[in-house]
Design a protein around this ligand. Structure first.
Ligand code: PLP
Length: 422
């Protein structure tokens, strides 16, 4: 090992400012890592992963055969071995525009579409494009902490608005008006919702659009769970209100096709009035992507076939499993006194449940609950602090229903064991 003085000759360091910004950011991965570390090695039972949403490990969630074939054909064609243009290849952009236009009152053009490495890169690019010096952005609480981490990394100020559990986790629109000022650039909504499992009505989305218009801010709509709905509200894309307010829609194939490892997503400008183009937002997205990495060209080559040919039977099967799993989740939570679920999930693959620690003997908060649950029962659940809500739990039901039953059986036993004696 070199000692301190010998290290001084080196002119490089880890970026302290970036490290500090990132250290203060709570990441789902960071918390999950802690939970996985506390698993007991002596438990012969399989770990039940209710912490993060990746159903691809379960055979019942295997993606559509046409999607797999599309990739194989794209590779075999030898047409996609080269670099792609940084905004994405035209057939992919056209296919995404056509696919999303099916749900819109107007038609998107390929020029409205930028192809990205999953929805994660779409978030990264959009936040960077909006982060003018002094700007702030409004994020939902509870939410998806990647937005907070990204904002921390690029010095974009974050202001949180609440989602109201008493009103089906709708956006508290009054708090939006109170939070926004002349430096507010956008508000983010996630619909269908992670972590709440909500699906917003046409009416609520319209109100969001009208509020954003009044404030002169953009709506960034994270629709990575588009069409993963199984309750009474159908999925309505925020872009349907693009003539009221400009909307940037972020999405990917990761969740609907259950292939988060394939890393293909999009940034779409839903803006029939052309405001984003006139204000230089589209140009900035294009410039940013010029210096960024692209999704593999064969993935882009496979996209048109995937989007056009995947049958309703595949989507319906996934929805049926998620509906069953969401029901199990809701019913089992009702049987456990120390956790309550204000709203039956109707979309995505997550639900928020409130933890009442006053009913527990030796557990003081959600983090402790989750650490002990991992250790004693080999069940991973995400503590609410990770998504901005202390003493709540985020539970994913994107796993096969029998494992979910197993997991809830163990959570129930755990809660009974730790309950305060009357
Ligand atoms: C999973 C998820 C993403 C990331 O999607 P990828 O396509 O896998 O990059 C983005 N936003 C939300 C709300 C998510 O749950």
């Amino acid at each position: 090992m070199e000692n301190g003085s010998e290290l001084e000759k080196w002119g490089f360091r880890g970026n302290e400012k970036l490290s500090a910004a990132l250290a203060s950011a709570v990441t789902v991965r960071g918390i999950l890592m802690k939970l996985f570390e506390s698993l007991s090695k002596d438990d012969p039972r399989p770990t039940v992963p209710l912490g993060h949403g990746d159903p691809s490990a379960f055979p019942c969630f295997r993606t559509a055969a046409v999607a797999e074939d599309a990739i194989v054909d794209a590779v075999r064609s030898a047409k996609y071995n080269g670099y792609a243009p940084s905004v994405g290849i035209l057939p992919a952009r056209r296919a995404i525009a056509d696919y999303l236009s099916r749900d819109l009152p107007y038609a998107l053009s390929p020029d409205d579409v930028h192809v990205t490495i999953g929805c994660i890169q779409a978030i990264e690019v959009t936040m960077a494009v909006l982060a003018r010096p002094g700007a702030n952005i409004l994020l939902p609480r509870p939410g998806f902490p990647y937005y907070e981490s990204r904002a921390a990394a690029i010095n974009l100020e974050v202001r949180h608005f609440d989602l109201n559990p008493e009103k089906g986790w709708e956006v508290d629109l009054e708090s939006i008006e109170a939070l926004a000022d002349e430096n507010t650039v956008a508000m983010v909504i996630i619909n269908p919702g992670n972590p709440c499992g909500t699906v917003y009505t046409h009416q609520h989305l319209k109100k969001i659009a009208e509020t954003a218009r009044k404030l002169g801010i953009l709506v960034v709509a994270d629709e990575v769970y588009h069409h993963l709905t199984f309750g009474s509200n159908p999925f309505v894309p925020m872009g349907a209100f693009g003539s009221i307010v400009p909307v940037i829609t972020l999405g990917s194939i990761s969740k609907r096709w259950i292939v988060p490892g394939w890393r293909l997503g999009w940034i779409v400008t839903n803006d029939p009035n052309g405001i984003l183009r006139k204000l230089g937002v589209v140009e900035c997205i294009t410039s940013y992507l010029n210096m960024a990495a692209d999704p593999p060209t064969f993935m882009q080559g496979a996209v048109p076939h995937m989007l056009e040919k995947t049958g309703e039977d595949f989507f319906a099967k996934v929805i049926d499993i998620l509906r069953e799993a969401a029901g199990i989740c809701y019913d089992r939570i009702e049987e456990i006194p120390c956790i309550t679920c204000p709203n039956k999930p109707e979309g995505s693959m997550f639900v928020m449940a409130k933890l009442n620690v006053s009913l527990l003997e030796d557990i003081n908060d959600d983090m402790e609950f989750c650490l002990k649950l991992a250790k004693e029962e080999s069940v991973i659940v995400l503590p609410g602090v990770a998504v901005g809500m202390e003493n709540w739990l985020r539970i994913t039901f994107g796993i096969d229903p029998s494992s979910l039953e197993d997991g809830f059986g163990r959570i129930k036993a755990f809660c009974e064991r730790h309950a305060k004696k009357q």
